[in-house]
Design a protein around this ligand. Structure first.
Ligand SMILES: O=C(O)CCC(=O)C(=O)O
Ligand SMILES: [Fe+2]
Length: 356
């Protein structure tokens, strides 16, 4: 493989640590997507008593092709996965304004936390049956819409948690369906190589899809804003390349398992892709957000059509957007989650949402 956008240091860092920090890589015009966050949520940026939810995941109203959203990061991401032609041409090919806001709480200010005590260790793999060679989530990307200082609620990564996780996948060629019980225990009990997302507005953190991470308390009680989309590949990883020319994503897997190839690994059940389990509650927020945005526009003397949302562009646009994000898929074997922090299981009648 030839790398035109990744430096030698970038490649080494990604393979050794499972992640890469790319500074100032979001196209500046999209940073203003946070401006109407307060209207969307119906809260006041200057009155913290209105910040009633500590941690929120919003749906998406605007999206642009990934390469337009963060051109320099996209070029590097393509190289990490082995080329743009390896990437699913539809699923998550657009990045948008589905913000994740960690507001923190007043009583957390001045405190610190131990990474092992975090309560959210996971990888983002809730829309497919997980095998060792699954590339459904090749990259979990963290786009910083605000500065994230030390102690400011940046995502925590558990670098040494990759090896036990991948060993577990190796031991389960039948594949695993979310939610995953106990597979991140290492991070809670034995993790000792942690990294924390600390960066500037506009920075991008590209992480391997099998790198365990957790949200963390925000001890500064400000609105930490990220989005957290993915890169999905069309074909599973090839962990047995005759020429040894593995992609950087594949090298991370091999390195974690201390192997140079894994010819014996063969999935024994069918692959499965389904509605992303943790998307349902975000999508359910759309109607209330739209109502607030339309009302705010009216107060400014503007028509509803001035509100920039996919959900106001008719059913065909909505269905196209939902397809890009997997919302058109059947609900998976374990339903969906209805609450941002609790894994409440629910099986809706249909994966197709009421339009709005
Ligand atoms: O909010 C964060 O720091 C992490 C979010 C995350 O990991 C996720 O949404 O999957
Ligand atoms: Fe995540």
């Amino acid at each position: 493989m030839i790398y035109n956008h990744l430096s030698k240091e970038d490649c080494e860092h990604f393979v050794q640590h499972g992640w890469l920090h790319i500074e100032n890589a979001i196209a500046p015009e999209y940073l203003s997507w946070v401006d109407n966050l307060w209207v969307r949520m119906g809260i006041d940026p200057n009155d913290k008593t209105t910040w009633t939810e500590e941690y929120v995941k919003l749906p998406r109203h605007r999206e642009v092709p990934a390469e337009q959203f963060a051109p320099t990061a996209w070029a590097k991401m393509c190289e990490i996965v082995g080329g743009e032609d390896k990437i699913d041409p539809v699923r998550e090919r657009y990045y948008g304004d589905q913000m994740i806001i960690n507001f923190g709480r007043e009583d957390l200010v001045g405190k610190t936390h131990n990474p092992r005590d975090l309560d959210g260790w996971h990888t983002d793999n809730d829309w497919y049956r997980q095998f060792l060679d699954s590339s459904g989530n090749a990259l979990t990307v963290i786009f910083c819409f605000t500065d994230i200082p030390e102690n400011g609620g940046g995502t925590v990564l558990c670098e040494d948690g990759m090896a036990p996780l991948m060993k577990h996948f190796y031991d389960h060629p039948e594949g695993l369906d979310p939610p995953f019980q106990g597979i991140y225990d290492y991070c809670y009990t034995a993790g000792n190589k942690f990294a924390t997302v600390v960066g500037k507005k506009g920075d991008v953190f590209v992480t391997h899809g099998m790198l365990p991470h957790s949200h963390a308390p925000n001890h500064l009680h400000y609105a930490r804003i990220i989005s957290n989309p993915h890169v999905n590949l069309s074909e599973p990883y090839n962990l047995n390349r005759a020429d040894g020319d593995y992609t950087l994503c594949e090298q991370v897997v091999l390195r974690a398992l201390n192997r140079t190839s894994i010819p014996e690994y063969k999935p024994t059940r069918e692959r499965l892709a389904f509605y992303p389990r943790t998307a349902y509650f975000k999508r359910e927020r759309v109607k209330a957000e739209l109502e607030r945005m339309v009302k705010a526009a009216a107060e400014d003397g503007k028509p509803a059509s001035s509100v920039d949302s996919i959900y106001l562009r008719g059913e065909a646009a909505i269905r196209e957007h939902e397809k890009r994000n997997g919302y058109d898929k059947e609900i998976g074997p374990t339903g969906v989650v209805t609450d941002v922090l609790k894994d409440t299981r629910y099986v809706p009648n249909s994966a197709v949402h009421v339009v709005v």
